[in-house]
Structures are given as structure tokens and as C-alpha cells.
Write a protein of this length. Structure first.
Length: 297
């Protein structure tokens, strides 16, 4: 059982012999290498945290207050969990999730979501629910898909990298996708935060879009996380005007071709019930690697 301590101090559990078992604490800069080694056990599933480490160079808490909780067995880091706007487990055994959830609860943050490997995500959610964090929606089965090598269909050559000059066209398309996906506007609370996020993706070259001659965004997607090993595609959106015309596979093949300029593996996760999207991804050549889940608060 975890002791009642402040979230920035270690939390301990006891095994049957009364000896210290696992310790949960916030990681610091000195833990960066251990976190990277842990995450590299599955560079596709853990692309989010690996991209963060590539960007910042450190496992230490960020200036915005996000941190990484590490689970230690003695001196060995055996699991972790990003704790910022979202909770993102990293090689975290589901049996250890309740310990991390308790520390995350005591940190006093509000989390927008949990996402990652399904069994661990659902274990985190179960414990957080007991602690009073009630979900808006639970997406318990989201196939994790990936492709390496060329796509199985011809890429649409009209798909390209977004340009900041087109920000005013790309932002509404991103907002439309977000609202369609989660059921509320991304501008609730702070329009500036979401706008800066979209602009940042464009400037990084992680925005993929086709804008026709009339200025209409026909299709767009983003590379939400990028490392030298893998990318993770997010925000796939086809303008409703152009749905049902057989265009999706060509656009997704274009996403793969562009994403492979950054890394050899292109990944994404999709709702199990979205059979049309799953059929498109299969046609393009994506293969299932595992199962994610997302809990929305």
C-alpha cells in the first residue's frame, strides 16, 4: 500500500516480507538515460516520450509543470508515466498502474486524457476513478498500426507539407477534426494554446495537407510525435465534401511517403469501431502491432 506522502517524494509499497518493494518518484535530469533505455524497449509504442526526450534532452520536469513519474525496483527503473496535460504510460506493467495513479492524483493536476497501451491505460483509469476522476469517454480498444517500406497503393502527389502562410486555412480544418473526434471545440478555455500547437506543427514540418486551387483544405494530418525510429500520425481528416470518393487511401499513402522522410516506421492508432478508416489503413499496408486505449476526461 502506498504511504500518504507529497507527490514530489518517493512512495513505497511493501512486499510480503516487509521489505521495500517498488518506489515511485518524479524523474530528474540524472534519470534521462534510464528513461530512454526503458522507452527504447518499444520505440513505436513509446514514440511520444522518446520525441519529448529528443526535443528537451532531459527527463526533468518542464517549465510548464509536466513531469515523468518513474517506478523503481531498487535502483532499476522498471516503468514510467508522463504526467502533463495527459497521462502517457511508458513500459508500465498494469500491476504497477495503481501506484502511479495514486501519485498522479496527489499531484493535484487535471488530466485531459490517458493514452497508450490498453491494459495499462485501463488500469490507471480504474484507480483514478476510485479517486474521483470520472471519464467523459473510454475508448478501450484502439488498434496500434504501423508500416515500414513503401505503401501498397499509389501516393497522392498533391499532399505536401503545410506552410505557415496557410495557417488561417489549416487551423479551422484542425479544429473541425478535433471537434468531430472528441465532441467539443479545442478552443474551449484557451484558443491561443491550440493555435500555437497547430502553428508549431506547421513550422516543424509535421503538418501534412492538400489545399486545392480554391483554398479549400481537402485532407490533412499531422505527425504528432517524431523520432529517428518512428513517427506517429494524428489528426487524420478528410473534408466532408470529399468523403466517399475513394480518395483516402491515396492520401494516407502520401502521409506514409512524407513521414518516411523522418523515420522508417509510420504508426498510428485508430478506434476499433472506425471500420472505414481501418479498411483504408489496411489497404495502404498498415499492420497491427498491438492495442492502445484512450480515456477522455
Amino acid at each position: 500500500m502506498l504511504s500518504r506522502v507529497a507527490p514530489w517524494l518517493p512512495s513505497r509499497s511493501k512486499d510480503g516480507t516487509g521489505q521495500d518493494d517498488f518506489t515511485v518518484r518524479v524523474l530528474g535530469a540524472a534519470d534521462t538515460r534510464a528513461l530512454r533505455v526503458l522507452a527504447m524497449e518499444d520505440p513505436v509504442a513509446n514514440v511520444f516520450i522518446l520525441a519529448h526526450l529528443d526535443s528537451t534532452g532531459s527527463a526533468a520536469p518542464t517549465s510548464g509543470g509536466a513531469s515523468v513519474f518513474g517506478v523503481f525496483d531498487g535502483d532499476a527503473l522498471v516503468g514510467a508515466c508522463w504526467a502533463g496535460a495527459n497521462l502517457v504510460p511508458v513500459q508500465l506493467d498494469p500491476e504497477l498502474a495503481s501506484r502511479v495513479a495514486a501519485v498522479a492524483h496527489r499531484a493535484g493536476r487535471r488530466y485531459a486524457s490517458i493514452f497508450g497501451p490498453a491494459e495499462t491505460v485501463l488500469a490507471l483509469h480504474s484507480r483514478l476513478e476510485q479517486l474521483g476522476h470520472f471519464a467523459h469517454e473510454v475508448r478501450a480498444e484502439q488498434p496500434l498500426l504501423a508500416i515500414s517500406g513503401p505503401p501498397a497503393v499509389e501516393a497522392n502527389p498533391q499532399l505536401g507539407f503545410g506552410n505557415i502562410a496557410d495557417f488561417d486555412r489549416i487551423l479551422p480544418a484542425c479544429a473541425a477534426m478535433f471537434e468531430e473526434e472528441v465532441g467539443y471545440s479545442p478552443f474551449l478555455g484557451s484558443e491561443d494554446f491550440y493555435s500555437r500547437r497547430v502553428a508549431g506543427l506547421i513550422r516543424q514540418g509535421h503538418s501534412l495537407v492538400h489545399i486545392d486551387a480554391g483554398g479549400t483544405v481537402k485532407f490533412k494530418a499531422e505527425l504528432g510525435a517524431v523520432t529517428a525510429q518512428a513517427t506517429q500520425v494524428q489528426g487524420v481528416w478528410m473534408n466532408p465534401e470529399f468523403r466517399g470518393k475513394g480518395l483516402s487511401a491515396g492520401y494516407m499513402a502520401g502521409v506514409v511517403v512524407l513521414a518516411q522522410q523522418f523515420a522508417p516506421i509510420t504508426s498510428l492508432y485508430v478506434n476499433e469501431y472506425n471500420t472505414r478508416a481501418r479498411a483504408t489503413y489496411e489497404r495502404v499496408g498498415f499492420k497491427r502491432l498491438g492495442t492502445f486505449a484512450t480515456v477522455l476526461y
